[in-house]
Structure formats: structure tokens, C-alpha cells
Design a protein around this ligand. Sequence first.
Ligand code: FEO
Ligand code: CA
Ligand code: CA
Ligand code: CA
Length: 602
Amino acid sequence: AAQPGSATPSFGFRELSSTPTDRAEVASGHAAEVLIRWGDPVLADAPAFAPTAQTGPAQARQFGYNNDYLGYFPLPGAANPSRHGLLCVNHEYTNEELMFPGLGRQDAGGPLGRAKAFSGMTAGIVAVEMMAHGGSVLEVRREGDRWRVVQGSRYARRITAETPMAITGPAAGDPRMRTSADPQGRRVLGMLNNCAGGRTPWGTWLTCEENVNGYFTGRLPEGHRETANYRRMGIPGRWYNWGDHVDRFNVEKEPNEANRFGWVVEIDPFDPASTPKKRTALGRFKHEGAAGIVSRDGRYVLYSGDDERFDYVYRFVTAGRVSGDRARDADLLDSGTLFVARYNADGSGDWLPLVVGEGPLTSANGFHSQADVLIETRRAADLLGATRMDRPEDVEANPATDKVYVMLTNNSRRKAEEVDAANPRADNRFGHIVEMLPDGRDHAAPRFTWDILVRCGDPAVATVGATFNSRTSQDGWFGMPDNCAVDADGRLWVATDGNTPGRTGRNDGVWAMETEGEARGTSKLFFKCPFGAELCGPEFTPDGETFFVAIQHPGEADPEDASAAPATYENPSTRWPDFSPDMPPRPSIVAITRQGGGKVGS
Ligand code: FEO
Ligand code: CA
Ligand code: CA
Ligand code: CA
């Protein structure tokens, strides 16, 4: 591992060409093998995937759609912890136009600009959608040079939009969390739109609910208590019509149900019978992820972006310390303090605590309890004067340097009069990466310093204002950073969402990013997605010899290509990974290894 403050080891691989293609490609000297695809069996009794006759009960046993976060947990007692473990997978959302035959293209809607707003979907399709959401726990094993999913594993689990979950922490039991099905406000069915996540030192999976607004329909009763709250969260978003078939997704029929989504969920992957827990102390917003690090005095610190234009970066600090005893640490995330970031123009920054009764967070502003502050985290952060960011996605700390990387994916709505030091470009179509360093290298410190690592986009176009190191090649730059990973040697890897041939002349992929020394700000293309796909879930095994990536929604159309036919089940932009005429494109996990052994990317 790198010494603190020293240059991190750089990347030795030969860069890929950025020419977009219909398949996945990895830098030479590496192998990239598909591990599991949408519809493959997860539970032992899963039926074979039949895309033209898919059902809810089948989907509930098979690998879900749109794999996002990946968390690798070595199995205790494994002969080699980097060759045998559990892989926890988020299934963020569904693309009906690519999943089901005969739907054709629906109107594009929703803030993601993807084909959404499906009205008139049948109950059968809604059942498949609900079972294709959530997560999967897979036992995975490397044998020789190949990874495979262990069939019939006792750890195998599917989490869906109907899995019973506990609500814990300060908002549990609050009247605003109660519904007709749950008069105690302590039990909810399912998790939705789980994007990125994290792994805790005590061996649990954190999975983060992001765009939960899209699942609700209906209209709140006039003058309802949640009116301002739901407006701030964009509820109801009406991207899916589940509310036509399941009452709790209609806010008219069940006005409080939407308060029970938008949380970080903690799951014990080693016990398939365990109840997932929605940890309300971490706040309710569009959580991108929750990556953590232990503070100097042993408390656990979680960083989390709120992925919306002009929303915020948060940090949670536990009250208790990590003991190393799994049972004692199990509920650490129920007590602690949530903070929101303010980035000052002089390069300093402050963590502002979200605590009821402090500053403006009083009854006069509608905050009567800590539950109120947590249920309406965004509105509380507005009052504190947090810095409005360009869509905060993944936030990851580098244990080798204690620097924290914030992926700000883009914000084309920022106007010239709205730029600030931390969000310096109007019409920020390509995003940027902010680097933070906590004072005293202590992640629980109240203040930090910050800098911009890189402004993304094509460096050859002066008006874009990109700031990649001049060593970066024409293949090496990217736009729209989304996920990131720090490997065992403290090297930063950036995954993207939104590069298309029409926008940037390349597909999404993984770029290796230098962060220290003279090469700082240089990036190199390591892996590229097939057409239409976004790169999610970058995750290394502890030995750095395997790099898992999740390929989400292959086959979408390029929104910038007016001549392209609409992407549908019958006519996707690629049929990766099967390339079979009777098989749609399938979101899949890919395991990347170095041919002949050794660390990936060296
Ligand atoms: Fe689900 Fe912010 O990406
Ligand atoms: Ca993301
Ligand atoms: Ca990450
Ligand atoms: Ca994304």
C-alpha cells in the first residue's frame, strides 16, 4: 500500500481505444468474463429464464435487473479470502422497453431522461418489475482463472420490493412513518431504486435508496402535512404505475408510505433469514451511496451524496466506536450525527450538523423532533445553508491518504449567476470531481479543506473548460463521473454514466485516475461498456487481483442520435452479452482478472 502522502503507484496497463462498440472490452493483458446475467438463477428453485414469458414468481428467484452496487465480502474460513466470498448486488430499476416484447417505445419522462412514465402497464408486468428490483446475495468462487456463482448456496438470497424490513433509529415509530398496513411505523415492505452502497467493518451491506419518488402516483389530499416534504423529494414522480395495482404506491390511498423510502438499508449477507434494517439516523434523501471509513477515535464515518441537481453531500458519524465485535457493532448506525457539507470559496469547508433544536431546525420551521429532521433531511439542509452541488454521486475515502473523492456527475441547469467555487461551471454537462481532506486527517473533524481534482469533458474543446492533466490522451478523458472505487494500493478508478457516441464520442466505462504527484489529473481508459450501458458497482477483491463491474441497461438508444431507431426489446442498440436473436440485452456482472495473475491494472 502507498505511504501516506507519497505518490500512489500508477497504472501500467496499455490504454484502450475509446471507439464505441456493441460489446464490453478491457485493456490488453486482462480477461473480462460475464459472471451472472439478468434472469440467471439465484435461488436453488429458480426456473430457467424465459424472456417472452417472464413472471413475478420466476423473477423473484432469478437475478434482478439493472445491477448497480457490488460489495464483495470474503467468506470467513475461506482458504483464500480473495477467491471465495459473497457478492452483494443492488438491482436499481427496470427498463421495460428492453425487458418486455411488444411494448414499443413509451414517452421519455422522469429526470433521468430515460424511457419512463409507463401508463397502462399490466399487473403481470408490474409484478415482474417489483421482483426485478432490490438486491441479490451470491456466493462466488474463483477456480483457476474463472469466477462462478455457487449454485444452491445457503447464502443465496433475493431481496425485492416486497421483502419485509425493519425501520430503526430516531424516525422508527414516528406518526409520519405509520400506514394502514403498519400502524406502528416500524415495518415496511421492500427497498426501491437502490443505487450505490457500502460495506461496513462489521461485515454488513449498506444499500442506498435513490430515486424513490418515481414509484409513487396519485395526489396528496389538499393541505396534507407532507405537501412541502413531498414537493422537495419530487413525490409523486409517476415513472412507474405501480400505484394503479398496489395501493401503497398511490399517495392518495396511503399518504405516508413514501416517507418509508429514501433511506440507507443495512443487510447482514451472512444470514439469509436476517431482517434488513432501514437506518433512519442516516437521513432520508436520494442516497447515491454510503461508503465509510473509521475515524481517528474509532467511530464509523459514512459519506453519502444526494443525487439531484443542486443537492448536497452528507456525512454521518456514529456515536459509538467500532469494537470489532460483530454483535456489539450491529446497531452502531442507529445513533450518531448527520452533517451536510458547506464548501467555502477559500478552499475550506464545514460540516453542518442536522440536529433538532440547533440553529434553524426548530418547531417554528416544522422540525419538532429529530424524526422530523431526518424525514425531511433536504429541507433541513436547505435552512442550514449547505452548498448546492452538481448532482453528488459516489463519495469514497482513500484509506491510504484520507482524501475523499466526490463524483459530481453533471448539472446542465446551473446558470452563470449560480456558479460557486466548488461548482465552477455553468451548464455543467460533463461533471467534475472534488477532493476533500478532513482536518487532521480525521474523518470526524468538523472542518475540511477541498480542491477540484478534475473538470471533466473533452480537453480539446476550449469552451468545455476541462482540466485533465495534459498527459491524458484522446481516449483517456471522460464525462459524467458516477461511481468510483479505491483499490488496495490507494489508486482511484472512476466509472461513468452518460457517455454516448453522440455526447462524447465514447461509451461509458472505467477510467484509471492519477491523484498524486506530477501525473495528478491524468486518466486512462481501462474498460468500456457496450452501447447504451452505464458502468456501475466497481469493486475489488482484497488482493486487487479481481475487479468486479456491473453493466447496467445495455441496449439503450443514444439520446443524442436523432437518426437512431428507438431502443426496444425487438431492436436494442446491442444484444450484449448473449448476442442471440431471441435474447434481449441483459444487465450483467463482469469479473476482470489479469491474464497470468497479478493485480488488475498494473
Ligand atoms: Fe443511480 Fe445517481 O445514480
Ligand atoms: Ca450511480
Ligand atoms: Ca463506489
Ligand atoms: Ca447512474
